[in-house]
Ligand binder design. Structure first.
Ligand code: HDC
Length: 601
């Protein structure tokens, strides 16, 4: 690595007579910068002044062959410090605002003077020096500013209300300087150092104090000031040879209004949504005010859409290549079949998702929300009395390899089927730009919940299963499932114990845990892709199935297929029992590429 040099640059370091400031000044000097060593020479509480502190550091720099001059002004008169730089060296390129004092007292005991003095030195001082350097930086289209914050500001610290407020104020100052300076190549960054200094002596435990050498922070600050560093508006925490970027993040939040028409909200509605307001699971940095307003616009658009579509539930679903591979393994894809490699190896040139993967956002929304339970109020609904009845998946836009999808759901229909109640739920999943990626429509069969005088036939919008043609199938593929099939498949998200826990299976009326209906669906979609789409997932449009009978892990699935244009009807049965397990099913393809093979074991 070539040495990072500052030849020709002039660096101003405030409070450089000791501690961190001294280390910054020494390192800048050693790397070729001409250094203005500013120090008022006062006490740690801001009393008195002396030229000695700055002079000693200047002597040190000069003794090592560097160039430096002293400045004894208070940062509150920042323009005088910048004048010193111009008078001695004719320019200024780097300004490290480091000077600081403490007036620690608990909040009740802070006097106006304690408050004002701390704010004046830290906040106003940094503002004054930066403002004085600004026109010079702007004219030369180059400037690097460092503001010094503190963990006390970021996290708070007992007895330091005045200091904490000033220190976090510097983050606000930096945020705006970074924006105003960007087009002139003026960068402003914040350092949050924890160093052994006269300000921290007595506050930190001794063993920690001894490790917090200012020397270990100086290279971080010096690098931040180098022309090769492109960060602007960053907050960097550093101590003991450790450095990390800090960010202020915002949770996903929630909309507390039910519809765009609702003009007020009640405290009770706030209480109801509070867990979502405070949920930080999907927190993100908003890096500009304009982004914050754009996200509000999205909220309003969503509200309008929710009002139009009557969505009542929402969920977030994130996935990446590892999830796509795990799913492919869960529905039987294998390295034994070279054509499956595109689903199993992220470096394969055609790596992608088996499209039925995108049932998961809709399924998980239905399983984790109260959608189904709220639709069937005449009986309890739990894992021991629900079965997956039917499923429709439609891929609307190109499917990504990794994304965070927002899924919005609603109950579309409830039917009385005598032996059970059928709840139809619809879930639309959108990517981060708001594009609709996938539509899922699920039918949940609530066993034993029929005969409630409900309607028998499906309402508008319910997508129906269609019986397969009565002729012999055009092609057939067989896949053997593994005894561990459900154990692998569940890792993709459907953790329903019915598929793994023998006791839950018994309670639901099964001798052994049964396979997920969607796992059987996945095997069936694989068969259609293999036979009619050259295993190319991009040709897939939609699938519809009815789950007619359960499958036991380890059984062999036989997928019989009939081609009708771009629609491939199919029926899935269990070879060992000859029972149909999926009926009324079809896959719609964008195009058909028929393979020569007709059966596979
Ligand atoms: C988002 C969704 C969340 C859902 C959570 C799911 C979580 C998953 O972890 C759960 C699973 O994966 S369960 C495993 C997969 N599913 C199954 O194994 C169910 C298999 N099907 C059955 O056992 C029966 O069809 C059975 C029991 C469903 C019905 O059988 P019977 O009671 O004998 O009913 P039958 O006499 O055949 O028909 C009565 C009326 O019901 C309609 N119907 C039948 N099967 C249906 C089904 N699968 N889906 C929807 N409706 C169905 C019939 O059409 C009939 O109605 P009608 O009289 O109007 O014709």
């Amino acid at each position: 690595m070539p040495e990072l040099r500052f030849d020709g640059r002039v660096a101003v370091v405030t409070g450089a007579g000791a501690g961190l400031g001294r280390e910054y000044a020494l390192l800048f000097g050693a790397r070729g910068a001409k250094v203005v060593v500013n120090d008022l020479g006062g006490s740690s509480t801001g009393e008195g002044s002396s030229k000695r502190a700055a002079d000693v550091v200047v002597d040190e720099i000069v003794a090592k062959g560097g160039i430096a001059c002293a400045d004894y002004n208070s940062v509150v008169e920042g323009e005088k410090i910048i004048e010193t730089a111009i008078k001695n060296f004719g320019r200024v390129d780097i300004l490290v605002n480091n000077a600081g004092i403490l007036r620690d007292k608990s909040v009740a005991n802070i006097s106006n003077e304690d408050w004002d003095l701390v704010h004046n030195v830290h906040l106003k001082g940094s503002f004054k020096t930066s403002q004085a350097a600004w026109p010079i930086f702007k004219k030369q289209k180059y400037g690097r500013i460092i503001l010094t914050s503190s963990n006390s500001g970021v996290y708070g610290n007992f007895g330091q209300a005045n200091y904490s407020a000033a220190k976090l104020g510097l983050v606000g100052l930096s945020n705006t300087l970074a924006i105003e300076g960007a087009k002139y190549n003026i960068h402003c960054n914040v350092i949050v150092p924890t160093a052994a200094s006269r300000l921290t002596q007595g506050i930190l435990p001794e063993f920690l104090f001894n490790e917090l050498k200012p020397k270990l922070i100086a290279p971080v600050v010096v690098y931040l000031c180098h022309e090769s560093n492109t960060d602007n508006g960053a907050i960097i925490e550093s101590a003991a040879g450790f450095a990390a970027k800090l960010e202020i993040v915002r949770g996903r939040g929630t909309v507390l209004r039910k519809s765009i028409e609702q003009e007020t909200i009640t405290p009770e509605e706030v209480q109801e949504g509070w867990s979502k307001v405070t949920d930080m699971a999907h927190a993100k940095r908003i890096d500009a005010m304009t982004r914050a307003s754009t996200s509000l616009m999205t909220v309003l658009e969503d509200l309008r859409e929710n009002s139009k579509e009557n969505f009542t539930a929402e969920d977030i679903f994130s996935f990446g290549s590892k999830d796509l591979i795990l799913y492919a393994l869960g529905i039987g894809a294998s390295v034994k079949n070279p054509k499956d490699m595109r689903f199993l190896y992220e470096n394969h040139p055609d790596f992608g998702a088996i499209p039925s993967y995108f049932v998961l956002p809709g399924l998980l929304l239905s399983m984790t929300s109260s959608l189904v339970g709220s639709a069937v109020t005449h009986t309890k609904v739990d894992f021991t009395n629900i079965l997956h009845g039917e499923q429709y998946i439609e891929i609307v836009s190109d499917i990504p390899l990794a994304a965070t999808l927002v899924t919005k759901g609603k109950v579309l229909d409830v039917m009385d089927k005598k032996s059970g109640a059928v709840v139809v739920t619809q879930a639309n999943s959108y990517d981060e730009s708001g594009s609709l990626i996938v539509i899922n429509q699920s039918q949940t069969f609530v066993v034993g919940a029929g005969n409630f005088n409900g309607k028998k036939t499906p309402g508008p919008g319910v997508i129906q299963a269609i019986p397969a043609p009565s002729r012999n199938p055009d092609s057939t593929i067989r896949y053997k499932t593994s005894e561990d099939q459900a154990a692998i498949y569940r890792l993709s998200g459907d953790l329903n114990p019915l598929h793994i826990d023998p006791n839950v299976a018994l309670m639901a009326g099964f001798k052994v845990p049964i396979l997920h209906g969607l796992c059987t669906l996945g095997f069936s979609v694989r068969a259609v892709l293999e036979k009619y789409a050259d295993n190319n997932p991009a040709l897939f449009k939609a699938v519809k199935v009815r789950f007619t009978k359960p499958v036991i892990p380890g059984q062999t699935l036989q997928i019989d297929m009939w081609r009708d244009g771009n629609r491939i009807f199919f029926k899935t049965s269990v070879v060992e029992t000859k029972q149909d397990v999926i009926t009324g099913a079809y896959v719609d393809l964008k195009d058909v590429i028929e393979s020569g093979k007709s059966s596979k074991l």
